[in-house]
Ligand binder design. Structure first.
Ligand code: SAM
Length: 259
């Protein structure tokens, strides 16, 4: 499967999001996004920043690192040895894994990592159960997910195609792997319903939730549009936005299995 993303790099660059009314759930959309991610210097640097942040939070315990919902990402280049996966077969991923049933032994994983994937999981409680089971003691779930802040609420409700419903329960509206989504889901579970989270997942400790990137993702149109911007402009925008991270569109999330 690995070769075809490289082949896809030669496809013409086309916007790959809802603006073109493409079928978001088709593998072709993810393959096109993978190619764009490798070709657009700005977006590539942004993802590389996410991956560096994840790498820095991996715990010092034995076991594999599994990425769920890898889509068109390139985490294994940044964190060698990471097992990439998605719910259906895609070029470039190592395994097909539905995050609701993680096919690893109890305590076998050093970390489960994800970018922009948890808010697409139709049964987030089943996923957290699996993290509780598969992570080694001291192992971590390290993720970057959409997050509600005073600024991001405006962006997600007015400019973004995905649902962002802070009043919903832990389920998703019906849809496929990309169309079913609630950008507010990680916040619902970890903040709004924290008492329920702590009751249901007593082995998972919330280590960090840090909002980040109020502007830089938006500035390039995101992975759905990925406008052509020079790579250096990401570093510039990132340094300018960093003091305003509390207004971020995303949160960097770390949970740890304690026992
Ligand atoms: C928005 S994409 C993110 C892709 C990539 N991680 C990135 O940051 O560009 C969400 C991914 O979650 C995957 N996904 C949806 N439901 C899933 C499930 N039940 N188990 C594992 N992955 C799932 C989708 O197939 C999709 O690739």
């Amino acid at each position: 499967m690995r070769s075809t993303i490289a082949d896809a790099r030669d496809e013409p660059a086309e916007p790959t999001g809802a603006r073109r009314n493409q079928d978001l759930d088709s593998p072709e959309t993810t393959i096109a996004r993978a190619a764009l991610l490798r070709r657009r210097a700005y977006l590539r640097r942004l993802y590389a920043r996410w991956y560096r942040w994840i790498a820095a939070r991996l715990p010092p315990v034995e076991g594999e690192v599994l990425e769920i919902g890898s889509g068109g990402g390139f985490i294994a280049e940044a964190i060698p040895g990471t097992i990439t996966s998605d719910v259906s077969p895609l070029p470039g991923i190592d395994r097909v894994v539905d995050a609701r049933r993680i096919p690893f032994a109890d305590g076998g994983l050093r970390a489960v990592v994800a970018t922009n994937a948890i808010h697409h999981l139709p049964d987030v409680a089943a996923f957290l159960e699996e993290c509780s089971r598969c992570l080694a003691v001291g192992g971590r779930l390290v993720a970057i997910e959409p997050w509600p802040t005073a600024w991001s609420r405006i962006v997600y409700r007015r400019l973004h195609h995905e649902p962002f419903d802070e009043a919903r329960d832990w389920t998703l509206p019906p849809g496929g792997p990309l169309t079913a989504a609630n950008g507010a889901l990680p916040w619902i579970v970890l903040v709004r319903d924290r008492a329920e989270f702590l009751r249901r997942f007593p082995r998972l400790r919330i280590v960090a939730i840090e909002p980040t990137m109020p502007v830089s993702y938006l500035a390039c149109g995101g992975i759905g549009r990925a406008w052509r911007l020079p790579g250096w402009s990401f570093d510039l925008i990132r340094s300018l936005e960093a003091p305003f991270d509390r207004l971020g569109l995303f949160a960097r999330i770390v949970l740890e299995r304690t026992r």
